[in-house]
Design a protein around this ligand. Structure first.
Ligand SMILES: [Fe+2]
Length: 557
């Protein structure tokens, strides 16, 4: 059975394809449209479909719209506020969103799909399914927390071995951990429902000295729910202008206080869920589950033996979750998600054609893993484009920017290349077998979703990836699932004695992650990156182009 998942409602529009229970493809529309987050999260953009992501998913399995048995749409209009017919001037945006979702089958028909095959899946069930049904666990407790779905902002439940979800608690709006964090994000001058991770990074610079005052406004209710009462942020720190310029200790303290408070609520929710679900393992999704600091604390201090977080925990992942849930409901077999690399790729011939088309002076080294390790060890920055692009917000070694973690200055250097705020950390990738000696915390951690402590002895050795609080957001690399990256890391270890490389996603300021070879070349061409490694080929920045046609040169001479 072919099930296409679609997320189109708020932001991060995306598509995913599940064939006979297997995840075949998943991609975010922004990677094709080059518009960060795909579209603005407003009701009147709800009709827009991730057309290019859908087309890619179908092409990946050589399907036509007629071949799709069911289309899983990750929002259920029956659960949402109804459209009461108010005029535009009265601004019934919620109802208008519902109306557009109700019409989604007709919008899908314009792409050639049978509108009778569309199935609506509750937003939070889609998140929950993206967590449990993609996880390696037979059964699990599931925790979803985000800004909002139809009417709720969290779901706690339990999945049985047949892929059926039992909902144990939901928290209705307006109470929302995601919206609370979004509001703070806006107060600090960053973009809401986009830049929340900047607040998380800023929190590390502050002290959570407002937690007692915040506890009156933000707290659990003892029944699997919580309250987030309106906060007058100016009581804690003045609003910042766009870009967060001029932030002070006050702002960092506020960020730390909200981060700490949110972690506390999540811990209490996890304890409640553990007591009521009768499960030892937790799966998580929803935008809040991208908070890797909170995830690390949940694992350390929470009641569950282990946690699996959907790498595309934000709304894009609901495309995948909706498809997985509809497939499970139809009795399809279940296959865990073994990689986040579910996007586009090109073979060697196609990559060569792209490079030729750009007039790039490229070469094919004997071993690209060794060459890249040498460039990194000589303090070069490498754009690394290998295999299928990743689903979710992290570059995990397929669309990555790499550098040497031994040099502290490489943090600022990469933040400059990427046009990011100087307080933002960069993350380490590490060979799995060496990870426990260097980083405490969850191992393996292939999706960079947990914060780890860096062992004291290693902090001076890899200063570029050690955050101000002594932590790092680690990606562990398994040589069986990622042999090329593992060989590069091993080559770097042989050269330097350090099995760690800086890995940050391959993009520059405000742009979506690089997806196709043109994006890679544009990124390489517009930033001080020393080497582009693309498939088996490399392009050096500072090497004069080889004389490909000596006869031509002679004539010129
Ligand atoms: Fe969501």
């Amino acid at each position: 059975m072919n099930v296409l998942g679609v997320n189109a409602v708020f932001h991060d529009p995306a598509a995913a394809l599940v064939v006979d229970g297997e995840i075949v493809a998943a991609a975010e529309e922004e990677r094709f449209s080059r518009r960060k987050h795909g579209k603005p999260p407003v009701a009147f953009s709800t009709w827009e479909l991730p057309e290019r992501a859908i087309a890619f998913c179908l092409a990946q399995a050589d399907l036509h719209p007629d071949d799709v048995d069911l289309i899983a749409y990750s929002y259920d209009p029956d659960l949402a506020p109804a459209f009461d017919g108010a005029t535009l001037a009265e601004g019934d945006w919620e109802g208008r969103r519902t109306l557009f979702v109700q019409r989604a089958p007709h919008f899908l028909a314009t792409l050639g799909f049978d509108p009778g095959r569309v199935r609506f899946v509750s937003h939070h069930v889609a998140h929950a399914a993206s967590a449990h049904l993609a996880s390696p666990y037979a059964t699990s407790a599931v925790l979803v927390a985000d800004g909002r779905g139809e009417r709720a902002s969290s779901l706690l439940g339990r999945y049985d071995a047949d892929g059926r979800l039992e909902t144990l608690a939901v928290q209705e709006l307006p109470h929302s951990l995601g919206l609370l964090y979004e509001e703070l994000t806006a107060h600090l001058g960053f973009r809401r429902s986009s830049d929340e991770y900047k607040v998380m990074a800023m929190a590390s610079y502050g002290m959570p000295r407002h937690v007692h005052r915040l506890a009156r406004l933000v707290h659990v209710t003892g029944d699997g729910g919580f309250r987030t009462e309106p906060v007058d942020w100016t009581e804690f720190a003045p609003a910042l202008s766009a870009g967060g310029d001029g932030w002070t200790r006050e702002h960092a303290d506020l960020a730390a206080s909200v981060q700490h408070t949110a972690e506390g609520v999540l811990l209490e929710l996890a304890r409640w869920l553990h007591a009521h679900a009768g499960e030892r393992r937790l799966t998580m999704a929803g935008g809040v589950a991208l908070n890797c600091v909170a995830n690390g604390r949940l694992l350390r201090e929470g009641p569950f033996d282990d946690i699996w977080v959907q790498p595309a925990a934000g709304d894009s992942g609901t495309a995948l979750g909706a498809a997985l849930q509809i497939a499970a409901d139809a009795g399809e077999p279940r296959a865990p998600m073994v990689t986040a690399a579910l996007g586009r790729s090109w073979d060697d011939g196609e990559l060569a054609a792209w490079l030729d088309g750009a007039g790039a002076a490229y070469e094919r080294p004997d071993d690209i893993a060794v060459l890249v390790a040498q460039v990194l060890a000589a303090d070069g920055v490498v754009a690394w484009f290998e295999g299928r692009s990743e689903f979710g917000p992290r570059g995990l070694g397929h669309r990555s920017l790499l550098a040497d973690p031994r040099r502290a200055a490489n943090l600022e250097r990469l933040n400059n290349i990427k046009g990011r705020e100087p307080f933002r950390p960069v993350a380490p990738m590490v060979l799995e077998e060496h990870a426990p000696a260097i980083f405490t915390g969850r191992h393996p951690s292939p999706h960079m979703l947990f914060v780890h402590e860096v062992a004291e002895a290693w902090r001076m050795r890899i200063p570029a990836v050690v955050h101000v609080d002594g932590t790092a957001r680690v990606q562990t690399v398994d040589p069986h699932s990622e042999p090329l990256i593992a060989r590069m890391l091993e080559a770097f270890r042989r050269l330097t004695g350090v099995p760690v490389v800086i890995n940050t996603s391959l993009n520059t300021a405000g742009r979506p992650m690089v997806d196709d070879p043109r994006d890679a070349m544009e990124c390489f061409g517009s930033a001080p990156i020393d080497l582009l490694a693309i498939g088996p080929f490399v392009v050096h920045r500072n090497r004069p182009p080889a004389a490909k046609h000596p006869a031509t040169l002679e004539r010129v001479a």
